[in-house]
Design a protein around this ligand. Structure first.
Ligand SMILES: Cc1ncc(C[n+]2csc(CCOP(=O)(O)OP(=O)(O)O)c2C)c(N)n1
Length: 194
C-alpha cells in the first residue's frame, strides 16, 4: 500500500476538516492533489503535528481535526500518545503512515522497520481506546470510515511502502500557509457564530 493512494482515498473527506500534516513527502502528496485553505503543512517541527492537532481539537470542539503523521515523526514525540489519551479529543483522528523510514531525508530506516517497534501497541498502551492497524487499502478505508463515524479519538497506523512523490516544491511558504489557515478557521467560526 502506498501513502499517496491512501491520501487520495480520503481526500474527499478532508474537504470540511482541519488537516495537519507532517513535512516532506506526506505534505507534498496532499498538496499535489490540490491545496485547500483548511490544510496546514507543519514544515520543520518534526513530531509535533499531533500536538498541533490536539491544540486545535481542544480549542475548536465544533471542528473535526485530521492529523497525517509519519512513523519517524511520531517516534520523535512518543509522549504525544499519553497526552492524547489523557485529554482524549473526541474530534480528532490521528493517521500515522508507517513506512519504516525517514523517507523525506534520504530513506534511513526507523525503529518500526521490520516490525521492531509497534506504534499501534504503544498507542494502546498509552491508553488510547480506538486504535486500528491497516496493511491494505480495504483495511485503511474501513478504519477511516469507522473513525469518522465515531465521536471519539482514533489512531490509525497504516503500513505503507517507503516511496514518496517524484518531486518536491510548493508555491506556499510556511508563514503564508499558517496565516491563511488561521484566517480560514476564523472566518468559518464567524460564519457559524452568526
Ligand atoms: C527536529 C527535526 N529533526 C530532523 C528533521 C529532518 N527531517 C525532516 S523530515 C524527516 C523524516 C520524517 O520521517 P517520517 O515522519 O517517518 O516521514 P517520511 O519522511 O518517512 O514520510 C526528518 C528526519 C526535522 N525537520 N526536524
Amino acid at each position: 500500500m502506498e501513502r499517496a493512494t491512501c491520501i487520495e482515498m480520503i481526500y474527499p473527506e478532508l474537504e470540511d476538516k482541519l488537516v495537519v500534516t507532517i513535512m516532506g513527502a506526506c505534505a507534498q502528496e496532499l498538496y499535489n492533489l490540490g491545496h485547500r485553505e483548511n490544510f496546514f503543512y507543519l514544515q520543520h517541527a518534526m513530531g509535533l503535528a499531533s500536538s498541533i492537532g490536539l491544540g486545535l481539537a481542544r480549542h475548536l470542539p465544533d471542528e473535526r481535526v485530521i492529523v497525517l503523521d509519519g512513523d519517524g515523526s511520531v517516534l520523535m514525540n512518543l509522549g504525544t500518545f499519553t497526552t492524547l489519551a489523557r485529554y482524549r479529543p473526541t474530534n480528532m483522528i490521528h493517521v500515522i503512515f508507517d513506512n519504516g523510514s525517514l523517507l523525506s531525508t534520504g530513506g534511513f530506516d526507523s525503529q518500526t522497520t521490520s516490525g521492531i517497534t509497534d506504534l499501534a501497541a504503544i498507542a494502546r498502551g498509552a491508553g488510547i481506546e480506538h486504535v486500528a492497524s491497516a496493511d491494505n487499502e480495504l483495511q485503511f478505508g474501513e478504519a477511516v470510515l469507522e473513525a469518522l463515524e465515531l465521536d471519539d479519538l482514533s489512531v490509525i497506523v497504516a503500513k505503507v511502502k517507503a516511496v514518496g512523490p517524484d518531486h518536491y516544491g510548493m508555491d506556499l511558504e510556511l508563514p503564508e500557509n499558517a496565516f491563511r489557515f488561521r484566517r480560514y478557521i476564523r472566518e468559518k467560526k464567524q460564519a457559524t457564530d452568526q
